[in-house]
Design a protein around this ligand. Structure first.
Ligand code: ATP
Ligand code: MG
Length: 222
């Protein structure tokens, strides 16, 4: 379970001080599909980044299975993130000159995994994301939907418990977007927790749990 407790996040200082999140608390059960809604600037990406430990809060705690991730050292955080979190972003963040396979395997390559392990993982994820025929294509040659499937495969490569997706369909046409939502639903069904940020109200229909933010506060939850 992820337990977000009294989280505040301020950026800047003095007259530039901006409160991006103000005393936000909620729980995410294991295996839930959570959708975070809200207008631009409401704090959606900020809360996702805090759950994913790519930023730290000004105050409050985030417990994941009882462990306070806001108190971890840099080394602990790195290990925690690699093992537990898979990130998917609106703008994919792929290496354009690398092949689909090499992009998917990048986290394993950085970790120094053995060839045998990498080959098996590549085969499994290429099949799962329906990318086998694109295995050797450079990602710069792919469509948006295909790029996002590569990014999702890469997010799954370490078999994390939690997938965090920040507007994963934001750069996609509606058909590719719907496909990405279906894939995320499947991933959730396979036992992972999915937390997705979106502007798209229709996408909230896939959620087990909806959180709506406004000006850094939760204004609705169900
Ligand atoms: N690194 C930063 N430095 C200063 N202010 C920031 C920073 N990151 C976010 N903010 C501010 O915090 C507020 C919340 O930003 P956030 O990115 O979480 O919004 P969002 O809901 O994800 O918006 P969008 O839908 O446009 O992506 C905004 O006012 C934003 O300008
Ligand atoms: Mg955002």
């Amino acid at each position: 379970m992820i337990s977000v407790k009294n989280i505040s996040k301020k950026f800047g200082r003095g007259t530039n001080l901006l409160s991006a999140l103000d005393d936000v608390s909620f729980n995410v059960e294991d295996g839930e599909f959570v959708v975070i809604l809200g207008q631009s600037g409401s704090g959606k990406s900020t809360i996702l980044n805090l759950i994913g430990c790519i930023d730290s809060p000004t105050s409050g705690t985030i417990l994941v299975d009882g462990v306070d991730v806001t108190k971890m050292s840099a080394k602990q955080l790195c290990e925690y993130r690699n093992k537990n979190i898979g990130f998917v972003f609106q703008s994919f963040y792929l290496e354009p000159a690398y092949s689909v396979t090499d992009n998917i395997l990048l986290p394993l390559t950085i970790a120094g995994a053995k060839r045998q392990i990498k080959d098996a993982k590549a085969k499994e994820l290429l099949e799962k994301l329906n990318l086998t025929d694109k295995a050797n294509a450079k990602t710069s040659t792919l469509s948006g939907g295909q790029k996002q499937r590569v990014a999702i495969a890469r997010a799954l490569v370490n078999d994390p418990k939690i997938i965090l997706a920040d507007e994963p369909t934001g750069n996609l046409d509606s058909a590719s977007g719907a496909e990405v939502i279906e894939i995320l639903k499947e991933i959730c069904k396979s036992g992972k927790t999915v937390v997705m940020v979106t502007h798209n109200e229709e996408q909230a229909s896939v959620a087990d749990h909806i959180i709506r933010l406004k000006d850094g506060k939760i204004i609705f939850e169900k």
